[in-house]
Design a protein around this ligand. Structure first.
Ligand SMILES: C[S@@+](CC[C@H](N)C(=O)[O-])C[C@H]1O[C@@H](n2cnc3c(N)ncnc32)[C@H](O)[C@@H]1O
Length: 751
């Protein structure tokens, strides 16, 4: 469960490289046409017919092709339009030239075909001169509802005319804020495009209300919002429409706008409407995770309308969230239950930020620092994902679809397999629809990307969204959460990469943590909650670090540079640099031969008799002594991972083989304690001449298999009658379990 998302280089995978090269060739070809007028004009009938034909064949293909790999590209970035509409000059299709962003201008277009949904949402649109063009909108909603419907009128800011893959041309819009969907009554819609849809004044407010309610019942939320806008209502009708809009907006997760529609300061709601307004307001605040304000609104509601049982239930829920948020006291058993029940496992729990805050960390940018001393095993924070995409390979079609999306960054040659495109769209949508969340992501690490001035500012009522900036932020800061750490250390293959597709998310606070191979914290996941605990005692004002990649990965330095543009300079990486390749080869050879002996020991087990096991132990011990001689630095400074693995596995193999071979329990204890020393643990008691005390004086590196090691020690102490020591060993096993899995409750229940 260690990594951030794995990114790979296209050059290591011939199939991906071919895609990338082809895309680069097309880009180069397109650039050669920059500033030129399109060679030929679109024939309207032919363009619409071809589009409709492609749309129908795409639909057939999508129905039959689930599971086929899709490719999606991150193109060279360009800035969104940061100017308000009133500063833009209207242009027509005829004014556009190829491969050019027409800054300071806008197009007014009307949709003439149903939409086609591929990587982008596409339709044919016309301008006021009845010229037609293909329109491609990226990062639009993942909702099943169509957003481009015939008759819909749009404004496209700073239009960008592109050569398409098939040699044609079309409009491409990557930034959500560069497209404005005009409501039917908008005064900018020319008279010649008016219809029933665009001439709402002909119907009563009641007509539009009923139409909106019908759309809501059919889960056509976008259409329902649209209906709620079209009419000139009385103040009373206006309130009802606002509340209906709030309900739809809550369904769509547009909490900021839902909040605005329930503001009693701007609407003089009557008593019945006020009850609804307060409840919907509380729901919006809950959705924005503003639990204290949510409780306040619900308390007002409860006082004014004591019979409202839904409000009482919601208040109890909000009080629980607030308690979690302020105390960090969670019932993790509930987490696990919800995580098995819910698909996707997005849990209804709050973020708790413990004794840490964000500070500058020298050349690493920001980092997390303790505000007081923290004990090993202590909860540092527990965060709910801002956005999350679940992936579980259970053969369901939506999972297969996620599994098979390859996202290639044409700028870097990096690619990822999995749900990144969905996660990027989710983030872009979330911030666009809830501008109050921009502050959560705007300052996250973005590498060398510099956004245009005015990004995230509210312009024409919506935030200016740079989807390339959010893509960059997401790729640098997202975490992968898989059930097991299946990282392969050898040369990766495409099929092995496909096998490791994880769930993904953005945890904004957690993404402030820098990497160290010798980290002092560990993250685990239950559903979309990330739990970060200290793996050792951390003094006050110290940086909290995690491992981005497993330190046993010999390619990790290359990956750090490739994925996050830094080189790790921890003591372990420095030690690796100073260790010759012949010593590394010797370590690997010795490690393998020790593992082979341990396998033999486990297979022979108790049936082979003490003599045979004793001889294997001797050989193993000799191998381990030789392995030890390959390390120079003290274990407290540089953990000796290969040696730890050898000793830990010896303790485990003897535990499995050792029933009835009593004399080896001392050896288990010796191997277990020696293994812990190899990780830099300083332990008092528990060894020869045992006594009753077993105390970790200094916690070492949180190596894999710590729980198993402590359990082997516990068993050995139990069998040899050292019951106090067995109890202490078990409490350490439990503590290590808490560090690795996040909770105590699942101790003994998970693998
Ligand atoms: C997920 S962000 C971590 C937080 C980041 N430092 C910030 O300012 O928000 C990852 C980035 O942090 C920096 N970083 C993380 N660990 C580092 C390390 N051990 N040494 C140098 N830079 C590191 C790199 O720039 C990396 O791309």
């Amino acid at each position: 469960m260690r990594q951030h998302t794995r990114r790979s280089q296209a050059q290591d995978f011939p199939q991906i490289l071919a895609h990338l090269e082809e895309q680069k060739r097309m880009l180069c070809n397109a650039r050669a046409h920059t500033g030129q007028r399109p060679a030929r004009k679109n024939d309207n009938i032919a363009t619409i017919s071809l589009f409709n034909f492609t749309r129908m064949s795409t639909q057939r293909k999508q129905e039959s092709d689930l599971g086929i790999m899709r490719t999606s590209f991150i193109p060279p970035p360009y800035a969104p339009c940061a100017q308000p509409f009133c500063d833009l000059k209207k242009v027509m299709f005829d004014d556009l030239v190829l491969e050019t962003h027409h800054r300071g201008t806008y197009l007014l277009v009307r949709v003439v075909t149903p939409q086609n949904r591929m990587n982008a949402i596409m339709a044919i649109v016309e301008d006021e001169r009845n010229e037609v063009l293909l329109l491609q909108l990226y990062h639009q909603t993942e909702m099943s509802e169509d957003i481009l419907v015939p008759g819909q009128v749009l404004i496209i800011k700073d239009p960008y005319l592109k050569l398409t893959a098939d040699g044609g041309y079309g409009l491409r819009v990557d930034h959500l804020s560069d497209v404005v969907f005009l409501p039917a009554h908008d005064g900018r819609i020319p008279f010649c495009w008016h219809s029933e849809l665009t001439n709402p004044q002909h119907k009563s407010a009641d007509y539009w209300k009923t139409k909106g309610n019908d759309c809501f019942r059919q889960s056509k939320y976008l259409a329902a919002v649209e209906q709620a806008l079209v009419c000139s209502p009385t103040p009373e009708e206006g309130h009802t429409i606002k509340l209906n809009r709030a309900l739809v907006l809550l369904k769509m997760g547009h909490f900021d706008e839902a909040l605005a529609n329930t503001d009693s300061a701007t609407s003089d709601f009557n008593a019945k409407d006020n009850e609804k307004a307060l409840f919907r307001r509380a729901q919006a605040l809950y959705g924005l995770r503003r639990y204290r304000e949510c409780c306040d609104v619900l308390k007002t509601l409860r006082l004014a309308y004591p019979g409202n049982t839904a409000a009482i239930a919601k208040l109890n829920e909000a009080i629980s969230r607030l308690a979690e948020q302020t105390t960090g006291k969670y019932q993790f058993a509930k987490f696990r239950l919800e995580a098995t029940r819910l698909r996707p496992p997005q849990l209804n729990h709050a973020t708790y930020i413990g004794p840490v805050e964000v500070h500058q960390s020298g050349s690493r940018g920001s980092g997390l620092f303790t505000t007081r001393a923290v004990k090993a095993g202590e909860l540092i924070f527990c965060e709910k994902a801002l956005v999350y995409v679940f992936h579980k390979r259970d053969g369901s079609s939506s999972d297969d679809r996620l599994m098979s999306t390859i996202l290639i960054d044409i700028n870097t040659g990096n690619f990822t397999i999995g749900a990144q495109p969905e996660l990027i769209t989710m983030l872009v949508q979330k911030v666009y629809q809830n501008p109050s969340l921009a502050s959560t992501v705007r300052d996250l690490h973005r590498g060398s990307y510099s956004p245009v001035q005015g990004t995230f500012d509210i312009t024409d009522g919506k935030p200016v969204i740079d989807s390339f900036l959010l893509t960059r932020i997401l790729l640098l800061n997202n975490f992968a959460c898989r059930l097991q750490d299946t990282q392969a250390d050898g040369q990766p293959t495409l099929s092995s990469a496909l096998d490791r597709v994880p769930s993904l998310g953005l945890w904004a606070f957690a993404s402030r943590m820098n990497h160290s191979c010798i980290s002092n914290a560990y993250r685990s996941f239950i559903g979309d909650m990330m739990i970060v605990r200290a793996t050792k005692d951390i003094p006050a004002n110290s940086e909290v670090t995690i491992q981005y990649l497993n330190p046993t990965n010999p390619h990790r330095q290359k990956k750090f540079v490739q994925n996050w543009a830094f080189s790790c300079e921890c003591a372990m990486c420095q030690d690796d640099d100073q260790t010759s390749s012949s010593v590394i080869a010797k370590r690997n050879r010795l490690g393998e031969s020790i593992q082979a002996m341990l396998r033999l020991m486990t297979r022979r087990g108790s049936s082979s008799g003490a003599g045979s096991i004793a001889s294997l132990i001797r050989k193993c011990s000799a191998g381990l002594a030789e392995l030890e001689s390959t390390y120079n630095n003290p274990a407290e400074k540089v953990p000796r991972l290969a040696l730890w693995k050898g000793y830990r596995d010896l303790a485990c193999a003897l535990t499995m083989a050792g029933a009835g071979v009593n004399s080896h329990f001392d050896k288990i204890i010796e191997a277990g304690l020696k293994g812990l020393q190899c990780l830099g643990f300083a332990i008092e008691g528990g060894g020869a001449g045992r006594g009753k005390k077993l105390v970790i004086q200094t916690w070492g590196y949180a190596g894999e298999g710590l729980v198993d090691c402590w359990l082997c020690l516990k068993d050995a102490y139990t069998v040899t009658g050292s019951h106090e020591l067995a109890l202490a060993a078990e409490s350490y096993a439990r503590m290590c379990h808490r560090i690795y899995y996040g909770d105590d409750e699942s101790y003994g229940k998970l693998g």
